[in-house]
Write a protein that binds this ligand. Structure first.
Ligand code: ZN
Length: 317
């Protein structure tokens, strides 16, 4: 399994400096070791699953002994039809990994001296791979639930008498979205983008397992959760925690997402909010894992992930 390689000492020592010192061949071998971790880095045909292949080392391609088709180390992965050299690709992932508050495509394009568009698509492909493990996830046990609003900022008028009440729906841009988080205590995080807290309720019912203990704040939108779960409510205007009733871990997820929005991206479009929320959920869940391991996990997730339907040939459309 991929996990074996990721937990090995070899995986833990991967770093940006090491990547940049690699020769093309060393980078290629590291890439293969992650892609085919469960076969000691030896190629497995992506078409028929045959583990015997001829290797054309100079052209960096393989020919399957079973079905005789040719493939490369990136065939059927998110990096298929890549234009970047493998070492640069690994360096890009190492840089992206180290951005605890996320990493902007503009900065990545400067670091790598590549086009903005290339960096933009690469970063989104990595987010897609990181988010893949969350798409079918459910959470259970002690689960904190909270929501925060992102996007749709309306700049207040200069003069006080011209200002509108921005709390009223008709004065908002209509682009504001709620990110709802369901976070297991000492466990996994699940983020879901909805139009409002109330619109997110069905997803909470789908993704939080029956019998779970749910913790939420005083917002009346969460009243509906009573009767479905064992619910503990905390009134934030009175206190932040009452014994173990609190939403502090949900809050720390929002703190990371908010810092990514304000400090890194400055603006997050509603269309991509779910991807950024997934990225930050991933970063929260693996925050105690060394950055070398995180790096190997992201490369591993990207290589295990099929060709991206959303991002393949994005700029050609
Ligand atoms: Zn084959």
């Amino acid at each position: 399994m991929t996990q074996h390689f990721l937990l090995s000492a070899k995986a833990r020592t991967l770093s940006l400096v090491k990547v940049m010192r690699m020769t093309d061949d060393e980078a290629y071998d590291a890439f293969k070791a992650i892609r085919w971790a469960d076969n000691d880095g030896e190629a497995i045909c992506p078409r028929c699953g045959c583990a015997e292949a001829y290797e054309y080392r100079a052209r960096k391609i393989f020919k399957c002994k079973g079905c005789e088709r040719q493939f490369s180390a990136t065939t059927d992965t998110i990096f298929a039809s890549r234009k970047m050299a493998i070492r640069d690709l690994l360096a890009a992932i190492a840089i992206f990994t180290n951005g605890a508050k996320g990493y902007s495509a503009l900065q990545l394009s400067r670091d790598l001296d590549c086009q903005y568009k290339t960096a933009f698509v690469l970063a989104h492909k990595l987010r897609e791979a990181m988010g893949a493990e969350m798409t079918k996830r459910t959470v259970k046990g002690k689960v904190e639930i909270d929501a925060a609003y992102f996007g749709g900022y309306v700049k207040p008028e200069n003069r006080k008498e011209d200002r509108k009440d921005l709390r009223r729906t008709e004065n908002q841009s209509g682009k504001r979205k709620a990110v709802i988080v369901m976070r297991e205590r000492q466990g996994k995080t699940l983020a879901y983008v909805a139009g409002s807290e109330r619109e997110g309720l069905p997803e909470i019912v789908r993704r939080v397992e029956t019998g779970s203990h749910v913790y939420a704040d005083e917002s009346s939108n969460w009243d509906a959760l009573h009767g479905m779960f064992n619910v503990g409510r905390i009134n934030h205007s009175v206190e932040f925690a009452n014994e173990d009733v609190c939403t502090n871990q949900a809050e720390s997820f929002f703190s990371r997402l908010r810092r990514a929005e304000i400090g890194t991206h400055h603006h997050i479009s509603g269309a991509y909010l779910q991807s950024y929320a997934n990225e930050m959920a991933w970063r929260e869940d693996y925050r105690r894992v060394s950055n070398g391991e995180q790096f190997a996990m992201i490369v591993g997730a990207a290589l295990a992930h099929g060709v991206s339907r959303q991002w393949k040939g994005y700029w050609q459309r």
